[in-house]
Design a protein around this ligand. Structure first.
Ligand code: NDP
Ligand code: HEM
Length: 511
């Protein structure tokens, strides 16, 4: 029996029996000294960590980022130099559903990428849409509350969703994309990813360029209608996991083209829209996309919990040559994610292997819960504070070449009304120019269906916004809403139930 692995306790002692508990007599009771049993039950009680407050359900894989074009005029980032190849991790997700939610639900998809560069981790925490629902971070927690469960009914509430959206017309662009074909991709491989925010690149000369990041599927876009998705969910709730995992196991490695749009720093004052408004795109004809390279996913995680659930992506993770912009939403996200990770995973979440940078990390952070750093963190055991006199003996020192150029800002500190922006023109371009008639009809049907059962005053407020986009948009969704109210076989118990809320008999609902 040589070479068999011995079962051991967490402290390393051989485990004599993993089948029969230690009892006082054959029929019990048990003895407290059966500490292996206590350890086993205690570990089970600690198997769950808090799920992500948003984007709880996800699918991921490892891969590589390859740069094929020269963009060194815009950035000094080593991972963006022509020929660079950088290991990476991707995690895709839905936003609203909990960890056990069905994969094929209509929702925005998260598109989070972690690049393990030689200058530390660069995280691109984007979505499959180029815009977002809100443009001021004050509104994010409220928006998310409307996507989650009603506190009394414990059900999701279309009333809350459309109430919030109709009171926040900046959401029109994103809601339109959500209700379009792109709101229900067949798999994570068949959708684009967008950094969504405006970020910046900066070069060796200290020049800053505003930039949008795009990741375009090479598998082609493919979507399901709601009816098709319902049938899939009836058979499997893990449709995305199955497709992504199996494709990679079968050697069908998915790829995305990596492209950017670029705007010289001072041109931000010349556009007819606010380039730092997350509810807007940069039109392609004014800011053409530039090829940069591609990324490819080619390895499944060996352990989902360790490598995908434990992954911590944060917009605060940038590397020299890449930075943020004044976008208020992005600024809030730079704070929010690392804070979420400290709560969800623990203070030293960056020592978890999937989050650990591929460079040796030296700094003056000290001790703390679960500190498992090996060796001398600062490079010299006498240098546990800064400044110190041990630079020549290996103590960690700052690197001024990593300092980004000054960010030009101006204006008074104030709370600026963000409702002055035009929320309709770009939506009009999408619905009336980019979409063809069958796409528009599906959009109307999806949106009208999602509104089924909501109170009329809220619906009318929303129709008012659609009308400002285009009268056909409003008419199409209104007709679909009327039809959905008259025919829906199932209507969520949309709070609050008012006189305006169409009710179904229990017989209808059971059909
Ligand atoms: P373009 O005609 O140059 O761009 C339209 C883009 O829309 C396409 O390139 C494609 O972007 C994307 N698209 C195609 N079908 C859909 C769909 N059903 N749902 C969402 N997006 C779709 O015009 P503009 O650049 O002036 O943009 C017009 C509108 O297109 C915008 O207002 C915006 O709503 C939408 N759009 C624009 C993007 C941009 O970065 N300019 C990106 C995505 C959407 P892609 O190549 O990224 O797939
Ligand atoms: C996840 C906050 C806007 C994309 C999260 C998490 C938080 C959060 C706390 C959970 C993090 C974790 O536990 O690991 C916020 C705040 C926002 C905001 C405060 C606005 C102020 C956005 C936007 C995008 C986005 C605009 C996309 C453009 C994602 C993605 C994830 C995520 C993809 C999942 C990352 C993963 O796979 O682990 N967000 N978010 N979020 N968010 Fe946001």
């Amino acid at each position: 029996m040589a070479d068999r692995n011995t079962l051991r306790t967490s402290a390393g002692a051989p485990w004599p029996n993993n089948q029969d508990s230690l009892s006082a007599g054959e029929r019990g009771p048990l003895l407290l000294q059966d500490y292996q049993l206590i350890e086993k039950l205690a570990h089970q009680n600690r198997e769950r960590i808090p799920e992500r407050t948003v984007h709880a359900k996800g699918w991921g894989a490892h891969g590589k980022l390859v740069i094929t074009e020269d963009i060194s005029r815009y950035t000094k980032a080593k991972c963006l130099m022509k020929g660079a190849e950088t290991p990476m991790l991707a995690r895709f997700s839905t936003v609203a559903g909990e960890q056990g939610a069905a994969d094929h639900e209509r929702d925005v998809r998260g598109f989070a990428l972690k690049f393990y560069t030689e200058d530390g981790n660069w995280d691109m925490v984007g979505n499959n849409t180029p815009v977002f629902f809100v443009r001021d971070p004050y509104k994010f927690p409220d928006f998310i509350h409307t996507q989650k469960r009603h506190p009394k009914t414990n059900m999701r509430s279309p009333t809350a969703m459309f109430d919030f959206w109709s009171l926040s017309p900046e959401s029109l662009h994103q809601v339109t994309i959500l209700m379009s074909d792109r709101g229900l991709p067949q798999s994570p491989m068949q959708m684009n990813g967008y950094g969504s925010h405006t970020f910046s690149l900066w070069n060796d000369a200290g020049e800053r360029y505003w930039v949008k990041f795009h990741f375009k599927t090479e598998q082609g876009h493919a979507f399901y209608t709601n009816d098709e998705a319902e049938k899939i969910i009836g058979k499997t709730r893990e449709g995305y996991q199955e497709r992504l995992f199996n494709a990679i196991e079968d050697g069908q490695y998915p790829r995305w083209k990596f492209q950017i749009q670029v705007m010289p720093e001072l041109d931000a004052d010349k556009t007819d829209f606010n380039p730092f408004d997350l509810t807007k795109v940069w039109p392609h004809d004014q800011f053409p996309v530039i090829d940069v390279g591609y990324f490819q996913l080619n390895r499944n995680a060996d352990n989902y919990f360790a490598e995908i659930e434990n992954a911590a992506f944060s917009p605060s993770n940038v590397v020299p040559g890449i930075s943020w912009s004044p976008d208020k939403m992005l600024q809030a996200r730079v704070f929010s994610y690392a804070d979420a990770h400290r709560y969800r995973l623990g203070t030293h979440y960056e020592t978890i292997p999937v989050n650990r940078p591929r460079v040796e990390v030296h700094n003056y952070h000290k001790d703390g819960e679960m500190n498992v750093y090996g060796g001398v963190r600062t490079g010299n055991e006498n240098a546990y504070y800064e400044p110190n006199s041990f630079a020549e003996e290996g103590a960690a020192v700052e690197d001024r070449s990593a300092q980004e150029p000054p960010l030009r800002i101006s204006g008074n500190a104030d709370r600026y009304d963000h409702r002055i922006y035009d929320d309709y023109t770009q939506v009009r371009a999408l619905v009336m120019k980019v979409m063809d008639e069958p796409q528009r009809q599906r959009l109307y049907k999806n949106m009208g269906g999602a509104m089924a059962g909501i109170p009329a005053p809220i619906a009318e407020r929303w129709f008012g916004h659609l009308k400002q986009v285009h009268p056909d948009y409003e008419a199409g969704v209104r007709a679909a809403w009327n039809e959905a109210n008259a025919t829906a076989a199932y209507m969520p118990n949309s709070h609050p139930v008012t006189d305006d809320t169409p009710q179904l008999t229990s017989g209808d609902a059971a059909d």
